[in-house]
Design a protein around this ligand. Structure first.
Ligand code: KG4
Ligand code: ZN
Length: 346
């Protein structure tokens, strides 16, 4: 079974074709257009510009994916598209493209929740022998808009365990990046700077750790960073910036790892997955891997390019829906800008 996936919820336009064989997903072809350069000078995503860039990028990407895959329209079983959550004007470009293709090609349309897409990335394999996460599975979802602990009972069956009460982890990275004068997005820029910094140089508050619940909060940490920077009368030195970046990264990673370990004490699971843009962070990948291994559980983390936004993960989620016969049509597919993972799919 082959699914065409379309992603345009924020500032990446993605098209991919995946093949699903026994719920093991392989990428046949993929193409991505990142708009980072467009939004960099504004320090964040400008929705109007993002939508315009999606419009010009999407058709060439579609052509490239069909060219690279050597497949024809008849080989595609369904079209999966991100229907939310995300920026309405950006989502609409992907959805309208998907609707047009569904209408003209007579193919079913599958609306995908973007976060379900991030989770599905953990089932994308490179080889037939690769191990896959087993259910029930605990997911730590860390992206620019979400920070959640989710229990996955099966493909598409999610239970909320905890989440952020204010900023998402990626959002905190981006805001602190801006504070330190780093280019957008802040996450990779902070991680790069942190490599050469002293992660104990600044004593920062470790949010929510003393509570037994599985919630997160990053706004206090962000404010603590703001006070340190604003209290300075002179410009931050390069060394101070490195130390601030390293100390901030340490605290965020510590909280994410500790809360995941707390979740493991509260739920029974056979595997753990780490997904979303912040899952590209090396410190988080390494620290979570060593902590989880002490619990004798396998941890699955997608390749870095599959952690940040892409269309292969959307097509993968679509392939699981296809297997469950959860299909929709171009008439019934709508934008769902605030779609929660736990709401009905179709
Ligand atoms: O999943 P994603 O690509 O988009 C959303 O769905 O939000 O996540 C983007 C977020 C941004 O906040 C970005 O700063 C963060 O992921 N990010 C990172 C790293 N790479 C991307 N955060 C920390 N370290 C990284 N290496
Ligand atoms: Zn995302």
């Amino acid at each position: 079974m082959k699914i065409l996936g379309i992603e345009s919820s924020c500032d990446e336009t993605g098209i991919a074709i995946v093949e699903n064989s026994d719920n093991r997903v392989f990428i046949v072809a993929e193409a991505l257009n990142s708009q980072t350069e467009v939004h960099e000078e504004y320090g964040g995503v400008v929705p109007e510009m993002a939508a315009r860039k999606h419009i010009t990028a999407i058709t060439p990407l579609l052509k490239k994916v069909f060219h690279d895959s050597k497949l024809e329209i008849k080989d595609i079983d369904a079209i999966a598209v991100t229907a939310g959550p995300g920026l309405v004007s950006s989502l609409l470009v992907g959805i309208d493209t998907a609707k047009s293709l569904s209408f003209v090609w007579h193919k079913p349309l599958i609306p995908i929740n973007h976060i379900a897409g991030h989770i599905a990335a953990a089932w994308i394999a490179e080889n037939k022998a690769d191990k896959l996460p087993k259910f029930p599975c605990l997911a730590l979802v860390v992206s620019g808009g979400h920070t959640e602990l989710v229990l996955i009972k099966n493909h598409g069956q999610f239970k909320y365990l905890g989440g952020t009460r204010d900023d998402a982890a990626g959002e905190a990275f981006d805001k602190v990046g801006k504070l330190l004068g780093l280019p957008y997005p802040g996450g990779p820029a902070i991680a790069k700077l942190a490599k050469t910094g002293n992660d104990r140089a600044f004593d920062l508050p470790i949010p929510m750790l003393k509570y037994k619940n599985l919630d997160f909060s990053f706004s206090g940490l962000k404010t603590a960073m703001l006070y340190i920077v604003k209290r300075r009368t002179q410009k931050l030195t390069v060394k101070e910036k490195r130390d601030l970046a390293a100390s901030f990264e340490r605290v965020v990673v510590d909280v994410l790892v500790q809360k995941t370990l707390q979740a493991l004490e509260q739920v029974k699971c056979k595997s753990v997955v780490l997904v979303g843009g912040v899952a590209a962070n090396n410190r988080l990948r390494q620290q979570l891997a060593s902590s989880i291994s002490l619990h004798n559980l396998p941890l699955f983390v997608p390749a870095k390019k599959l952690c940040t936004d892409n269309a292969a993960m959307i097509a993968a989620a679509g392939s699981f829906m296809f297997n469950k016969h959860l299909l929709s049509t171009w008439q019934d597919t709508k934008v769902r800008a605030n779609w929660e993972l736990y709401e009905p799919i179709i």
